[in-house]
Design a protein around this ligand. Structure first.
Ligand SMILES: Cc1cc2nc3c(=O)[nH]c(=O)nc-3n(C[C@H](O)[C@H](O)[C@H](O)COP(=O)(O)OP(=O)(O)OC[C@H]3O[C@@H](n4cnc5c(N)ncnc54)[C@H](O)[C@@H]3O)c2cc1C
Length: 395
């Protein structure tokens, strides 16, 4: 019987273990936390947005997005829904974003744990893998307390993003020790710090709007959704969606701006007419008083300082520009972009440098936007790595 060690009992490691065990392997998970799946519990604000019905190649990013899509196609969204449905997860569709009907991320983790137990997957918690040693055509995984001999290893250690316990760079370290190249891991799905110094004025407000990302003078991407205004810059789902590009561009030394359209349903001309009408309806008001009821109170001081014309207020509301300094922090980010270079992996997620070593999940240089795509990558890559490790790379 093939003996497999899976390092990391997160989303992709649990999936890899279940699939490997279903394919006849004897599987042991080494998990550094006192329990598996802590990050799963934090997903989707505790509800777990486990996948998305809208899938296409452009939903997956990295230095080789086509590679990611080929892996997704081997265990695609319908297969994921079927897998979870067979384990007992009835799903709920919110505009394509899929959740367990219970709206509890804990249900997703529980069914994965039940299935792993049923398949006799051994789960060793409080075990942090620190090294992998090649022994002929077998491997030895070294933890702080023990040495585990095995035929194959799946590295599913996730990334250093988020403050969920267990998030670390140890997967990257193990990969580097094996000679793998990394695309530098950087925060993604993250809030952005601005260079300006007025942010305390708007901190704590939120508005619906469009964020347009400008890199070296060109608008690269735009996203509509909620924008949160913080004391360091901007956050919220619209900002998260463009953040991986902003952060990587800043890292490459580019000049990066975010343009905020805070009245996306109005043209600038319509907005000027609206502001004029509001003033003529109440001619006793100042421009700042006229803005009450249109935007949150704290935004008025920023968008309409003293002695400003209506045209300039409209310009500020349609195109407020922030110079991006960086991501707010790695610990606040939901995921990392970057990771193990896919060119050094086969189409079965096996290391080209060390046959018998597999990778899955966020440790690989693949990331997705909000909406269930990062978990879909974890499920798909975990399934492909687990099945391949058990069968010797033939799916
Ligand atoms: C707050 C938050 C909300 C999110 N919400 C969503 C969402 O709703 N939908 C979505 O698609 N994505 C979401 N994500 C992203 C998603 O959770 C991750 O992309 C996904 O969990 C990655 O799976 P993984 O298996 O690669 O890593 P993880 O789930 O992080 O698992 C890695 C595991 O490995 C363990 N480990 C690490 N190093 C070692 C070691 N050396 N030895 C032993 N064990 C080790 C860790 O303790 C951890 O348990 C969210 C992320 C966060 C932080």
């Amino acid at each position: 019987m093939i003996n497999i060690i899976v390092i990391g009992g997160g989303a992709s490691g649990l999936m890899a273990s279940i699939q490997a065990a279903r394919n006849g392997a004897q599987v042991t998970i080494l998990e550094h936390n006192e329990r598996v799946g802590k990050k799963i519990l934090a997903t989707g604000n505790g509800r777990c947005n486990l996948t998305n019905v809208y899938q296409e190649a452009s939903c997956y990013r990295g230095s080789s997005p086509e590679y990611a899509w080929e892996i997704i196609k081997k265990f695609p969204m319908p297969e994921t829904i079927r897998f979870f449905s067979e384990l007992g997860i009835y799903t709920k569709n919110r505009n394509g974003w899929m959740y367990p009907y219970s709206d509890q991320a804990s249900s997703v983790l529980e069914v994965l744990e039940m299935e792993a137990r049923h398949l006799k997957v051994k789960i060793k918690t409080l075990e942090e893998a620190v090294d992998i040693i090649k022994q002929g055509n077998r491997y030895q995984v070294v933890t702080k307390t023990w040495k585990y001999d095995c035929d194959r290893v799946v590295i599913s250690c996730g990334s250093s993003a988020s403050n969920v316990e267990g998030s670390s760079d140890s997967g990257y370290t193990l990969a580097k020790r094996l000679g793998h190249s990394l695309v530098e891991p950087m925060p993604a799905l993250a809030a952005l710090k601005g260079k300006e110094n007025y942010f305390a004025k708007w901190a704590g407000t939120r508005m619906d709007g469009i964020v347009k990302l400008e890199i070296e003078g060109c608008i690269f991407k735009e996203e509509r959704g909620e924008i949160l205004f913080t004391d360091y810059g901007i956050s919220g789902i619209a900002v998260f969606q463009i953040s991986r590009y902003a952060v990587r561009a800043v890292g490459e030394g580019c000049h990066v701006n975010c343009h905020l359209d805070l009245m996306p349903d109005f043209s600038k001309e319509d907005l000027i007419n609206l502001l004029k009408k509001r003033l003529s309806d109440c001619p006793y008001k100042t421009i700042q008083e006229m803005m009450v009821g249109l935007v949150p109170k704290k935004m008025i001081a920023v968008l309409a300082p003293a002695k400003i014309s209506l045209e300039d207020v409209a310009e500020n509301m349609k195109d407020w520009v922030i110079s991006v300094k960086d991501a707010y922090s790695m610990k606040q980010a939901q995921i990392c972009s970057g990771g193990v270079l896919t060119e050094e992996l086969t189409m079965d997620l096996e290391s080209k440098l060390h046959p018998g070593i597999y990778f899955s999940g966020e440790v690989i240089d693949v990331d997705g936007p909000c909406g269930g795509y990062n978990l879909q990558w974890a499920w798909s890559s975990g399934a492909v790595a687990g099945i391949s490790a058990a069968n010797g790379s033939q799916i």
